[in-house]
Design a protein around this ligand. Structure first.
Ligand code: F6P
Length: 355
């Protein structure tokens, strides 16, 4: 009897259920009655406190297009809390649960922080397989994460809607797109939505250059400007602040609102801010994500069958690749300011607000 654990960790996204379905269906197809799948509730919390439900093949039916996660999720456990808290050793607790269920392997569907914890568990001797989840597409070792394309669709739709009202009123609109550290989502939605200015954390902006881009459009007779701005985008001055100083500043004033005020001061134009927020993580996965999730899930099952552990199931040039978790842990895949996509975006006249 094979015994596999499964959990979803970190911020949710649209294709978590589709991915678990891929793993579950492939495993039940291969092992028949000789497999038991334990789903831990609310991410690593469930693993720590042994809260779980046994998943049957029926649990994996009818969830391909369902957003959210049938297992629940929570932020990964070491971000805000210490590893040992009030005498409770979290790593020891997770190992205990793993041993208690006599698991052959644990499948972790998660982003950066969650894969870092997965690697920690690997170092502690557990068999772990990671699956790349995040709307930010900032996970190192894979070209694509599930959730990203759906979020791009939603953020693009938001920019499309803003376009018509911005044009009617002749306003500047800032659409704040998710992504604190990485600008992948903003860059893609900004291009797809036809934004005039794209601001991302990887390319700090100069407020004067942003104002100039707005005024250039006005001089060309275009009465509105669309700015796609990542929540983590920052000015050149803010980029030189210490992390704590910037966090303090941001807690009282989000970057988009500060930028809006500055644009009005410099250009006299009326500015509105739109924050699609968590709509970008909600609802049904798009067909692209359903296909990607199915492939990643089936590939994870293949790794279970071959006992290939300690890896993230990545995709590179449309081929599934096992990426060692130690190569993934603690690294981010950010937008390269020198990349082709950035150069091509500049070529059609979209400003990154830096010059
Ligand atoms: O990591 C995914 C993400 O949606 C980021 O883009 C965003 O900055 C963050 O999570 C929001 O986190 P929370 O749901 O905890 O507010």
């Amino acid at each position: 009897m094979k015994r596999i654990g499964m959990l979803t960790s970190g911020g949710d996204c649209q294709s978590l259920n589709a991915t678990m379905r891929g793993i579950g269906k492939a495993l039940f197809n291969y092992y028949g009655n000789e497999i038991q799948i334990i789903g831990f509730i609310d991410g690593y919390k469930g693993l720590m406190h042994n809260e779980y439900k046994e998943l049957t093949s029926r649990d994996f039916s009818g969830i391909l297009d369902e957003g959210g996660t049938i297992l629940g999720t929570s932020r990964q456990p070491f971000k805000m809390m210490r590893v040992i808290e009030d005498g409770f050793d979290k790593v020891a607790a997770m190992k205990r649960t793993y041993k208690h269920h006599n698991l052959d392997c644990l499948c972790v569907l998660g982003g950066n922080g969650s894969q870092k914890t997965a690697n920690l568990l690997r170092e502690e001797g557990l068999n772990v397989i990671g699956l790349p989840k995040t709307i930010d597409n900032d996970l190192f070792g894979t070209d694509m994460t599930f959730g990203f394309q759906t979020a791009v669709n939603i953020a693009t739709e938001a920019i499309d809607c803003i376009h018509t009202t911005a044009a009617s009123h002749g306003r500047v609109f800032i659409i704040e797109v998710m992504g604190h550290a990485a600008g992948n989502l903003t860059l893609h939605a900004g291009i797809a939505g036809g934004a005039d200015i794209i601001l991302i954390p990887e390319i700090p902006y100069d407020i004067k250059a942003v104002a100039k881009a707005v005024e250039r459009r006005a001089a060309e007779g275009k009465n509105f400007t669309i700015i796609a701005m990542a929540e983590g985008a920052m000015s050149k001055e803010d980029a030189s602040l210490k992390k704590k100083e910037l966090e303090k500043k941001r807690s009282s004033m989000p970057a988009s609102y500060e930028l809006g005020d500055e644009i009005t001061k410099l250009t006299g134009q009326e500015v509105r801010i739109t924050v699609p927020g968590h709509t970008q993580r909600g609802g049904r996965p798009c067909p692209y994500d359903r296909v990607l999730s199915t492939r990643l899930g089936a590939a994870a099952a293949q790794f279970v069958i071959r006992e290939k552990y300690g890896v993230l199931v990545g995709i590179h040039n449309d081929k599934i690749v096992p990426v060692p978790l130690q190569d993934v842990a603690g690294k981010l895949k950010l937008v390269d300011p020198e990349s082709e996509i950035v150069a091509q975006t500049r070529m059609i006249g979209i400003s990154f607000g830096d010059k």
